[in-house]
Design a protein around this ligand. Structure first.
Ligand SMILES: C[C@@](CO)(OP(=O)(O)O)[C@H](O)COP(=O)(O)OP(=O)(O)OC[C@H]1O[C@@H](n2ccc(N)nc2=O)[C@H](O)[C@@H]1O
Ligand SMILES: Nc1ncnc2c1ncn2[C@@H]1O[C@H](COP(=O)(O)OP(=O)(O)O)[C@@H](O)[C@H]1O
Length: 295
């Protein structure tokens, strides 16, 4: 295995099969309950060691300056932790990103990129940090980062820090990108957001194959009001099953039992929406690749 580079590292998207707002913390942050499901579509990252200690993003990402990129910010935090633990600076790293996930899509793209960067750089730098440590480094930058490092279908509580593995569905999804970018703060500050859904327990969940239709997304009504294309996509996709929004939007998904059924729905999607299919994943593909030394 090449010890100086890791190329073609996957940063998969997630879907929130349901997302309940069950309360609010004293600091204004909302307490959530959600099932997070990984899917086999995502960004791809490439890493090469440097020898000058610098952390460099080597390509442009429209709308995301290098300094504010979650990848770069996460790697800086990892470099600080490395310095503290090992008493020396990191070697540095180049990161190239091939971005296909939409921003403000509720697919967790930025968080997944950051999680992949933390896992890959920890490997290349031989940082020796465990998953729990990487999760703690990532959490202040994005609530979804710990989930991507956890890397399995999970029941997530709190503000994204409490996770339990669960058995997820084995199915296909059709996902519509309604063409708008939803800013998460606008949803959480809305007056009409309901914040009092009764907490659920894993014991309440239906069988795994029915999980994609369980519960609801409490952020959906507000997002639909503020961004009408979200409501239109949910209504259209609802012809084919339980269609709902992921995260704070804007993307909308519907579970289908197989690829053929997903292809059938995709063939009908109106031309003004971008849409695609993806399969549910049981495990984060980068974790499997690193564990099996396959990169
Ligand atoms: C709701 C989720 C579900 O996955 O949405 P997506 O980002 O995936 O769409 C996440 O928890 C999003 O968490 P995160 O990605 O950290 O949100 P940010 O954009 O940093 O949060 C922006 C703002 O939303 C509010 N916020 C966020 C998360 C939360 N549990 N309660 C909140 O009240 C806060 O005011 C915060 O300052
Ligand atoms: N590497 C990155 N990829 C995507 N977005 C990023 C990245 N770094 C920072 N961001 C910022 O995070 C915001 C949320 O992006 P993203 O995580 O893709 O959406 P969501 O949280 O809705 O799933 C973007 O609008 C962007 O400004």
């Amino acid at each position: 295995m090449n010890t100086r580079s890791l190329h073609d590292c996957p940063a998969p998207a997630k879907l929130n099969l349901f997302l309940h707002v069950v309360g609010r913390r004293a600091d204004g942050y909302h307490l959530l309950q959600s099932v997070f499901q990984l899917i086999d579509r995502g960004d791809t990252l490439h890493f090469d060691l440097r020898d000058d200690g610098r952390i460099v993003r080597t390509n442009d990402v429209p709308g995301v300056p290098e300094e504010s990129d979650l990848i770069v910010r996460a790697l800086r935090r990892l470099a600080d932790a490395f310095q503290q633990r090992h008493g020396r600076a990191v070697p540095g790293i180049d990161v190239a990103i091939h971005k296909i996930l939409p921003m403000g899509g509720g697919l967790g793209g930025g968080s997944s990129d950051a999680a992949t960067a933390l896992m890959a750089a920890n490997h290349l730098w031989q940082g020796g940090f465990g998953d729990e440590e990487l999760m703690a480094i990532g959490l202040p930058l994005g609530a979804d980062i710990p989930f991507f490092i956890f890397g399995r279908t999970a029941f997530v509580e709190g503000v994204g820090e409490a996770m339990q593995p669960i058995e997820g569905p084995d199915c296909w999804y059709v996902v519509i990108e309604p063409g708008v970018s939803v800013p998460t703060p606008a949803i959480f500050t809305a007056e009409d957001l309901t914040r009092d859904t009764k907490p659920v327990r894993i014991a309440d969940f239906p069988a795994a194959h029915q999980l994609s239709a369980y519960g609801k997304n409490d952020l959906q009504a507000v997002a639909s009001r503020l961004f009408p294309p979200v409501a239109q996509a949910i209504e259209w996709l609802g012809q084919y099953g339980a269609a709902r929004m992921t995260g704070s939007g804007a993307c909308v998904f519907c579970a289908l039992p197989g690829e053929a059924e997903a292809d059938q729905v995709l063939g009908q999607v109106p031309a003004h929406w971008k849409a695609w299919k993806a399969r549910s994943l049981r495990q984060h593909p980068l974790k499997s690749l690193l564990q099996n030394n396959e990169l």
